[in-house]
Ligand binder design. Structure first.
Ligand code: HEM
Length: 492
């Protein structure tokens, strides 16, 4: 009997031990690997980390958080994880090494900017390249830029106070280049589009938009604006249909509508931002202003007007450096346009969960001391003999982004900025209004980088219009400083 008991007890111990071992094996071997998420600031229930961004400029608030949390940081905006990239090395990982995984966008609006990667987005990009943004096509818009600038120069000469120069100028150039005939009737449809698209470009919000929109009740207003613009552009497309012919299908028309809407929204906001900040920096840096004006005067000395052909023929290296430096310190899209991770992926040992929103703080990377000497100073010469460029392979300088979703508007946008600055500095001397000693450089709230206050400058013409000039060579004899006009350079 005792022997039986002993046997039973031994058997029981064996069974229990085996069961225990199996449970332990299961527990240790099949346990999911530990996920190491990027660090982030403290969170509150429901809203997550959103309170860290309230009442602050997003790129600046994120820069401050990054300095504590590191260059790969994760915030929680409600239910949505937001990954913030803030170093050259991390930007390379996200925009190059893992580009395919981060090349989609959160589906906030159905257009090219927010279109997920796929057949539809590819077709839209092709359409933009063919219709508007390709280098060859861009050249054909030269005459539009030329005409627009001639009109603007004449307008500044004749202007009284409160003339909105920059905003209208950039808008009208983009509108004319995209729609041709639209400018003939700017007061209604075009202006409506401009207003709405500027709003939309400025608030091309990443993650915050749907959340904040719902919370603040803005969503209805937002949808209303989107509808208004769509209707307006639909009219323009109808006009354009006459030129394209009636062969295109309805679906194609819709694609055109969305693509052109994007051109409009992206182009207008970013160009106006770049022009206003560029002019602001020139006003604050007299040395740079006089060096640039010297280069321009030397290149076109004695000409009554500067044409697109003149611009193409001259190289104007310092003008290009000034534009580069402006985009370094004031990238119009300081956080790029948000991406979304398709699958979970590892970046430098950290796991980025699938469907995380990702923003790259190019303002911090391009303006921070890690990659740049005297980072806060406006020194265009830093780009002289430098390989650093904005075409998406210098990760310390990414005003146009990088990778598959990089901005397709560079070839279109840069000549516009060049032409506008060139004309403004060739024809006028600029000064601050009486009584203003220092230019306010504050940024407006929002996701695009815009000036907070309108840029008020006085223009003193120093080349008279061709019509009043007997010959171009006689310009040398004309007085260099004419009357002073107060110009209100209103920035979008
Ligand atoms: C100073 C001028 C401009 C700057 C700094 C700028 C900057 C940017 C940036 C940072 C992005 C996001 C890139 C990324 O996610 O990696 C972008 C996207 C885009 N930009 Fe621009 N942009 C400028 C001018 C323009 C112009 C003039 C147009 C068209 C007329 C344009 C059309 C677009 C479009 C369509 C996208 C979306 C591309 C996509 O998601 O596939 N941009 N831009």
């Amino acid at each position: 009997m005792d022997r039986h008991n002993l046997l039973y007890q031994s058997l029981l111990v064996c069974v229990v031990t085996i069961a225990l071992i199996r449970v332990l094996i299961k527990l240790f071997l099949t346990r999911p690997p530990k996920v190491r998420l990027p660090a982030g600031p403290w969170k509150l229930r429901v809203i997550g980390s959103m309170h860290h961004l309230v009442n602050a400029l997003p790129h600046r608030a994120l820069r401050d958080l990054t300095r504590v949390q590191g260059p790969l940081m994760m915030l929680q905006l409600g239910e949505i994880p937001l990954v913030v990239v803030s170093s050259k090395e991390m930007a390379r990982k996200v925009l190059k090494t893992h580009d395919a995984n981060f090349a989609t966008r959160p589906r906030l609006l159905s257009d090219i900017v927010f279109s997920p990667t796929g057949e539809y987005w590819r077709k839209l990009r092709q359409l933009c390249a063919a219709e508007i943004l390709g280098p060859k096509r861009v050249l054909t818009f030269g005459h539009i830029r030329e005409q627009e600038m001639a009109t603007e120069v004449a307008r500044i000469r004749a202007a009284g106070p409160s003339t909105a120069v920059f905003h209208n100028l950039a808008n009208s150039i983009v509108v004319r280049a995209s729609f041709g005939t639209c400018r003939g009737k700017p007061t209604s449809s075009c202006r409506q589009s401009v207003l709405a698209s500027s709003w939309r470009a400025g608030s091309r919000s990443p993650t915050w938009r749907p959340v904040l929109a719902a919370v603040t009740g803005m969503r209805r207003a937002l949808e209303q604006i989107h509808r208004t613009v769509d209707t307006t552009l639909e009219k323009i497309i109808k006009e354009r249909r006459g030129i394209w012919g009636s062969k295109r299908r309805q679906g194609e028309e819709d694609e055109n509508l969305a693509a052109i809407f994007d051109m409009f929204a992206s182009g207008t906001g970013t160009l106006v931002s770049a022009l206003c900040w560029g002019m602001s920096e020139l006003m604050r840096n007299k040395r740079v202003m006089s060096k640039l004006q010297g280069e321009i005067q030397q290149a076109f000395h004695g000409k009554a007007t500067v044409t697109e052909a003149d611009l193409q023929e001259s190289s104007l290296p310092y003008l290009k450096l000034v534009i580069k430096e402006t985009l370094r310190l004031h990238p119009p899209a300081p956080l790029l346009v948000p991406r979304e991770s398709i699958e979970a992926c590892e970046v430098e040992g950290y796991t980025i969960p699938a469907r995380s929103r990702v923003v790259v703080n190019v303002w911090e990377i391009g303006g921070g001391p890690k990659c740049w000497d005297d980072a806060d100073e406006f020194k265009p010469e830093r780009f002289e003999d430098s390989m650093v460029d904005f075409h998406g392979s210098s990760y310390e300088y990414l005003p146009f982004g990088a990778g598959r979703r990089m901005c397709p508007g560079i070839a279109y946008g840069l000549p516009v900025i060049e032409m506008v600055l060139l004309q403004l500095l060739y024809h006028f001397n600029w000064s601050l209004p009486d009584g203003v000693n220092e230019l306010d450089m504050s940024e407006a709230h929002g996701l695009g980088l815009r000036r907070k206050s309108p840029l008020l400058l006085c223009a003193a013409p120093f080349v008279v219009p061709e019509s009043t000039c007997e010959s171009t060579t006689s310009l040398n004899k004309l007085p260099m400083h004419g009357h002073r006009i107060k110009i209100n350079l209103v920035c979008a």
